[in-house]
Write a protein that binds this ligand. Structure first.
Ligand SMILES: [Zn+2]
Length: 118
């Protein structure tokens, strides 16, 4: 029997929030990887918008389009941050974050917890 539980999906999703920025710093910011990784990790503060949601955390809720800092307008602003050199790394980190959240939404939609996946 092959299925992905909500817990497994949530653990993989959160692990990717640390792994993908680490890979991005290794590829794009190898010279200043320490500070770059810290800047990319700081972009996870975007999830503070979950604090105004009820419940604050729902593993079965898609963040994209639900939380204000995960809206299309916010994502557009994050993309525009790539233009400005000093904001670029934050825009990059925020877009990585949104991509991973979007991936989680896709993953969530393709699996029903507890139901075998053939
Ligand atoms: Zn998020």
């Amino acid at each position: 029997m092959d299925y992905v539980s909500v817990l497994e999906r949530t653990l993989v999703h959160n692990f990717l929030h640390f792994l993908i920025p680490a890979l991005a710093t290794w590829i794009f910011y190898r010279k200043d990887w320490r500070s770059s990784y810290i800047f990319l990790m700081l972009t996870m503060l975007v999830d503070l918008d979950h604090l105004i949601a009820d419940p604050i955390f729902d593993p079965q809720r898609c963040s994209i389009g639900f939380h204000p800092l995960h809206s299309e307008i916010a994502i557009t602003i994050f993309a525009l941050m790539l233009i400005h050199k000093k904001l670029r790394i934050f825009g990059f980190g925020l877009l990585i974050h949104m991509s991973l959240d979007g991936l989680d939404c896709t993953w969530m939609a393709s699996f029903s917890p507890g139901i075998p996946n053939s």
